[in-house]
Design a protein around this ligand. Structure first.
Ligand code: F6R
Length: 605
């Protein structure tokens, strides 16, 4: 949430700051801005997407060999140019990711001393605090350190000083910040991907650290002010490309990457020749685990909700699931030696991280499933199970979700075997179905044209319902989330059996209802619920397989997907619901990769 880039260099930085922001735009796109010290602080800022800033810079270029940049997801203050970062006084410019909780008190104190504020943001107070410290005779470093000490809340900061072309200060508390080491240049960024083209030698600042960057050095201080060494590592994400290839949108590219990345993920945790699923060594005995808790946000939470069905049915292990924003405050009782699983594409989601810390305080073993192995969530876990989805740029999560399900499926099978919960024949059946997921997901993609034609029938819909049972119920919720976030059509996912307890009142001939019903254990029950809807003129679109369509009786619209085992159905049915949301959004002309009001990495509560 909000992206930060900083360069202290020996050649012009403006273009490279913008290039860095382009790689960070997924973190927010309400406004963007850059500042350099030339030696005066000079800024260019623009409301809206980064391209608006690029146009401003084309008219009024910015010189300078040191600078900071920011792409914003608004928290305090509307997404206007005056609220865009960098915020600055004559002496100091600041970019900030996070929330300063005590900004009102600080602002009042500073205003009483004569400081004038030009924005509604919490962030501007930081520039004034540092300026006030320097006015009292502190050095830039001392003033920055003193200011950081007065801030409450979560932040990552980049601070630039007028007249100083060889000093950039960064700080982190609660929000990630990376230092990149170049040749005669140093970089600061919210993530390794943004400094990728500049450097692959990076260092993740630890919680509470602040850093003085010059062209040739990075002096890192911990929260006590002591100078500390932090590991410099080579970044794997840094070199990865983030272009769309031949696809019109990142989202479509990422949907089509699924057969490959599910295969890559499966190869890490599954070997059909040597007994199926396996896991790295765990610090607990799977057979003795009293309870599993799974916590995440949004799409990642739906992956966890699917896994609850799997854990309970296949491993016969009790699972509690929750969304992180609720879990973190409800003070759940957790048994000693329990396992808590946190799922996150970014590995930086603030609520998920806070929930993880709570579970740790309750004596749980922490397992995380993340797509960024060096993320904060990964670094605070006892066991990290990376997904191998590659960078996911589209704001709507697609391939990360199916890769999370793939890891969870392998984890469940490993637990089930360790607990003696399934017989050999069942193990063989489940393993064999899992092994086919990459190829089956490729088959599902072949139905893209049919899904497009279904989407064409739904363009006028104001509301859409998704129905599923069992492990397809979370998929119904995921389908609805995908649709609302990128098409802005209101959608809800319901357990099919719950319809007649209320939601069926919504049904009329203007409400498309997507029914996810692979033939299998719960097929007949789901189909009965579907017919209750059809009887009330509901416009049903049934997603099933050939056999299911034959058995379902007459249905207004349908799509025949490959026949699959119940176990893997949630992974495969994710693909058509993603494609449906995608096509409907293209038809509606929305901004698919960067839907309004959203950002990819949610580092505030
Ligand atoms: C929806 C979506 C979000 C994320 C959620 C958690 O398409 O992408 O709901 O799943 O914000 O993000 P991560 O997985 O990064 O913790």
């Amino acid at each position: 949430m909000c992206g930060i880039i900083g360069i202290v260099g020996d050649k012009p930085v403006s273009d490279r700051l913008v290039e860095g922001l382009r790689r960070l735009e997924y973190r927010g796109y309400d406004s963007a801005g850059i500042a350099t010290a030339t030696p005066a602080i000079t800024r260019r800022r623009a409301e809206g997407k980064l391209d608006n800033l690029v146009s401003v810079l084309a008219d009024r270029p910015l010189t300078g060999i040191i600078g900071i940049g920011h792409t914003r997801w608004a928290t305090h203050g509307a997404p206007t140019e005056s609220n865009a970062h960098p915020h600055a006084t004559e002496q100091v410019a600041v970019v900030h990711n996070g929330i300063i909780e005590n900004f009102r008190e600080l602002r009042e104190e500073l205003a009483a001393k004569g400081h004038q504020f030009e924005s509604e943001t919490d962030s501007e107070v930081i520039a004034h605090l540092v300026t006030a410290g320097m006015a009292e005779g502190l050095s830039p470093q001392q003033a920055a350190s003193a200011a950081i000490g007065q801030l409450h809340g979560a932040f990552a900061l980049g601070i630039l000083f007028a007249g100083q072309d060889n000093l950039l200060i960064g700080a982190r508390r609660g929000s990630p910040l990376v230092v990149g080491y170049g040749d005669g240049e140093m970089y600061l960024s919210s993530d390794a991907m943004a400094v990728g083209p500049l450097s692959n030698r990076i260092c993740y600042l630890a919680e509470g650290d602040w850093v003085e960057l010059t062209r040739d050095s990075a002096i890192i201080h911990d929260e006590t002010g002591a100078v500390v060494e932090r590991e410099i590592r080579s970044s794997t994400v840094a070199a990865e490309s983030i272009d769309k290839g031949n696809f019109p949108h990142f989202m479509l590219k990422e949907i089509y990457e699924q057969p490959t990345v599910i295969g890559d993920t499966l190869n890490t945790y599954f070997n059909a020749l040597s007994g199926g699923a396996f896991m790295p060594e765990m610090p607990f005995d799977m057979a003795q685990v009293p309870k599993v808790t799974i916590v995440a946000c949004g799409t990642a939470a739906y992956a966890g909700f699917v896994a609850k069905y799997w854990f309970e049915q296949i491993a016969r292990l009790g699972v509690e699931t929750d969304i992180a924003s609720e879990f973190r405050y409800r003070e759940a009782a957790m048994p000693d030696g329990g396992v808590a699983i946190f799922i996150s594409q970014s590995g930086e989601t603030a609520d998920t991280l806070a929930a993880l810390r709570y579970a740790k305080s309750q004596g749980q073993y922490i397992v995380s499933i993340v797509n960024v192995p060096e993320s904060s969530i990964a670094r605070e876990s006892d066991v990290v199970l990376p997904t191998h989805a590659g960078p996911e740029i589209g704001v709507a999560s697609t391939k990360a979700f199916t890769c999370q399900l793939t890891v969870l499926a392998c984890l469940v099978l490993t637990f089930a075997r360790a607990r003696g919960a399934i017989d050999d024949a069942t193990v063989d059946r489940l393993c064999s179905s899992l092994a086919h997921v990459p190829e089956l997901s490729r088959d599902v993609l072949q139905h893209d044209d049919r899904i497009l034609s279904i989407a064409k029938d739904m363009t006028e819909a104001r509301d859409v319902l998704y129905l599923g049972r069992g492990s397809l119920f979370p998929l119904a919720m995921e389908g609805a989330l995908k649709l609302k976030e990128i098409s802005y059509i209101h959608a809800e996912g319901y357990a099919a059996g719950e319809m007649k307890h209320g939601p069926i009142a919504l049904v009329d001939d203007g409400v498309p209802i997507i029914v996810l019903a692979p033939s299998g254990r719960l097929f007949e029950k789901t189909v009965s619920n579907m017919h209750e809807v059809i009887a009330r003129k509901g416009q049903v679109f049934l997603m099933s397989d050939e056999q299911g369509l034959k058995d379902a009786g007459p249905v207004p619209h349908s799509i025949a997907l490959p026949a699959v085992d119940d176990f893997i159905a949630p992974i495969l049915y994710a693909v058509p619901v993603q494609l449906l949301a995608y096509h409907l959004s293209v038809l509606k002309g929305t901004d698919i990769d960067q839907p309004r009001n959203l950002a990819k990495s949610v580092t505030v509560e």
